[in-house]
Structures are given as structure tokens and as C-alpha cells.
Design a protein around this ligand. Structure first.
Ligand code: ADP
Ligand code: MG
Length: 353
């Protein structure tokens, strides 16, 4: 049985404006870490607040372990206690110590049990020497650890994080997230992690829910989002994409022949909307372009963008202005130089326009 089922949830903040969450349905399994990504204002915070019981909505329902958690008319408060919600901004009480902050949401009244649960969190998050300090005496990373301890001390089955630690630098954020995910897996806690950072989503989730305008664009594993995007929008949102429009000339079983500015290509296609005679995009990811002296395609390097472990080269060829290819540090190309490359069409696919 799914841990969480979101059924046809609809929320509009104002009758005249478009829906913030537009009839969303999806489910999350036990022990699953799901990232929610999408452009700003797309309903990410709205849906996680609805699931956490913090926001009313107009229709639909959310089930937790098969039981009604929240509907537009009711809330099951005891079930909601199985969910911990961590907002974007750090929410520690400056007037309370680390120990007091961790225990803030703990309903357990037995002193001994309380103490045991809080100590367990202090040790899990390595806060042993900080337990009597106040938030102002902690580093940002330590504050983040207290925040996580506070969320997990109630022993939730589902942790919801809305853009956690968005104000921390990437390396600290990664460190905290990795630490947290290990703990979640160990304790068999599921999580929904809202993020605007694609790399975060790719590295830290079992599945990724892509939202746009309050609707699901795609919900699948990280490699499917990148390698089998459902449409051109997801292809662009999930990474660098060259989209070459052209007519589909032939369809033979799984083999589609498309012609675009670069030539004719035999391609795969997972998009049922693409038919013979229709216009479609050939999706070419930069890494499908292989630089070689005798390559079939020739262009001029207009720009080199440093991406850390590699360069993204922007190539001009014919009427195509910014064709993006991947260039390794060892390949010593300079802006203005010509280069040749081949396209591995087995790594490419067709998407409907
Ligand atoms: P995200 O978290 O993806 O950036 P939100 O869920 O916060 O997006 O917002 C979705 C939409 O709902 C946006 O258009 C936003 O302006 C609107 N919205 C969010 N909160 C409120 C609110 N309290 N009152 C009115 N409109 C809101
Ligand atoms: Mg938000």
C-alpha cells in the first residue's frame, strides 16, 4: 500500500486567478525519497502545505497509509503527527537551548522518555557538545542539524522539507542533505523534498515530481526525467537540450525517420503524439555530440561556459546559433575556432512539438 496518496487535489487562492494546485494526483511509497521541482510559483509549497495540514483547499483528498489524512472539509490530527514539515526558513527559537528547541514539538510527557528521545537526536546529529548552547552560538550548519533533529524527534513516517537550507552554500547544503538522507534510509522514513535545484533532485531522490502551473509534468526516476522526458518542456527543464524541429518522414515500428536542419536521422520515440508526417523535435543532449577530427558536422565555437568538471560549448553552424555540445578540459578548444563532431543518434529521441 502506498504511504501517501494525493487524490485530485485542487487549490485556488482566489477564484479569479488560476489554480495554484490543479487537480493533482500522485502517490508516494514507503521508504521513498521524492523531490518536487518546478519553476517558482508553480505550486510546490502549496501542495506540501496541504499535505502537512497547514493549508485549506477546495476539493480532493490526501490519504496516509490508507486512511483519510486531510480533505477539503476535515483533518485527521493524530495522523498528521506522523508527518514532520520543515519550512524554508530556519525556525529555531533563539531564546531556547539546543535541547529545548529539539523537544519543542514533542508531545511525549514522560520526562525519562522525552530525555531519551532528545538524546538520541543529539547523538544522531552530532550535537553532543552543543546541547546547552543557544542558536546564536551555533554555526549555520549546526543550526540546520538542530532543525532536522527537531523534525525527526517525533518519529515521523514522512518528512516534508520545503527548499531546505536554501540559504546555505551548496557544499554545506549537500553535506547536510547527505547526512539527513542516510538517517532517513536507516530509519525507513519517507520524504518529500521541495527544491529548485535540479542537481539536488538528481542526486538525492528515488523519484522526481516535476510540476508546472500546478500540474504534474512528469513523475519518474532521475534518469527517466533526463533520458526519457515526456515532452520538450521537461527536456529543457531537466538539463541542456538542443531541440531540432523537423518533419517525421517514416515510422517503421520503433524506428522514426526525421529530417531537420542537420539532416535525416533514424531515432527512437517514446512520445505517442509523434506520428508520420507530423512535426517533431529531435532532442540532442550535449553529451550525444562526440568531437572528432573527421566528424560529419562542422561549426564555429562562439562561447565556452565553464560548468566545473566540463565546458558547455556553444557552436554556430549554418542557421543554428547556439548548438550546445560538451567539451572536456583536455580538449583545448578556443572561442572562434572551428570544430567537427558526430551526433550519436542512438542517444537522441523525438518529442512532439
Ligand atoms: P512555489 O512554491 O512553486 O514557488 P507556491 O506554491 O508558493 O509556488 O505558489 C503557487 C501559486 O500560488 C503562485 O502563483 C503564488 O503566487 C500563489 N500563492 C501562494 N501563496 C499564496 C497566498 N497566500 N495568497 C495568494 N496567492 C498565493
Ligand atoms: Mg515555494
Amino acid at each position: 500500500m502506498a504511504l501517501l496518496v494525493v487524490k485530485d487535489v485542487f487549490k485556488s487562492f482566489d477564484i479569479k486567478s488560476i489554480a495554484a494546485v490543479d487537480h493533482l494526483s500522485f502517490s508516494i511509497q514507503n521508504n521513498e525519497i521524492v523531490s518536487v521541482i518546478g519553476p517558482s510559483g508553480t505550486g510546490k509549497s502549496t501542495i506540501v502545505k496541504i499535505i502537512s495540514g497547514l493549508l485549506d483547499f477546495q476539493s480532493g483528498s490526501v490519504l496516509f497509509a490508507g486512511k483519510e489524512l486531510v480533505t477539503h472539509q476535515s483533518k485527521n490530527e493524530s495522523l498528521l503527527r506522523k508527518i514532520s514539515y520543515v519550512p524554508q526558513e530556519l525556525s529555531l527559537d533563539e531564546s531556547k537551548t539546543v535541547l529545548e528547541n529539539i523537544g519543542i514539538n514533542l508531545v511525549e510527557e514522560n520526562e525519562e522518555k522525552r530525555h531519551h528521545l532528545i538524546r538520541d537526536m543529539v547523538e544522531t546529529f552530532g550535537l553532543q557538545y552543543k546541547d546547552h548552547k543557544f542558536p546564536s552560538e551555533l554555526s549555520t550548519g549546526q543550526k540546520g542539524r538542530v532543525e532536522m533533529a527537531k523534525a525527526l524527534v517525533t518519529n515521523p513516517k514522512l518528512l516534508i522539507l520545503d527548499e531546505p537550507f536554501a540559504n546555505l552554500d551548496r557544499s554545506l547544503r549537500n553535506e547536510l542533505k547527505e547526512e539527513l538522507l542516510e538517517i532517513l534510509k536507516e530509519r525507513k522514513i519517507s520524504a518529500i523534498v521541495v527544491t529548485h535545484d535540479l542537481e539536488d533532485a538528481y542526486s538525492h531522490s528515488d523519484r522526481i515530481l516535476v510540476l508546472s502551473d500546478g500540474k504534474i509534468k512528469q513523475f519518474s526516476g532521475a534518469s527517466d526525467i533526463y533520458l526519457r522526458p515526456h515532452d520538450a518542456w521537461v527536456a529543457k527543464f531537466s538539463g541542456t537540450a538542443n531541440l531540432m524541429a523537423g518533419k517525421v518522414l517514416e515510422v517503421n515500428g520503433d524506428d522514426y525517420l526525421q529530417e531537420n536542419k542537420l539532416g535525416k536521422f533514424s531515432l527512437r520515440c517514446f512520445d505517442s503524439k509523434v506520428k508520420k508526417e507530423s512535426f517533431a523535435y529531435m532532442l540532442i543532449r550535449p553529451e550525444a555530440c562526440i568531437i572528432s577530427e573527421n566528424g560529419s558536422f562542422k561549426g564555429k565555437l562562439k562561447k565556452l561556459v565553464h560548468m566545473g568538471s566540463f565546458y558547455e560549448g556553444q557552436v554556430q553552424m549554418g542557421g543554428i546559433e547556439k548548438f550546445k555540445i560538451l567539451i572536456n578540459h583536455g580538449q583545448k578548444f578556443k572561442v572562434g575556432q572551428s570544430l567537427r563532431f558526430d551526433i550519436d543518434s542512438s542517444q537522441c529521441q523525438l518529442l512532439s512539438i
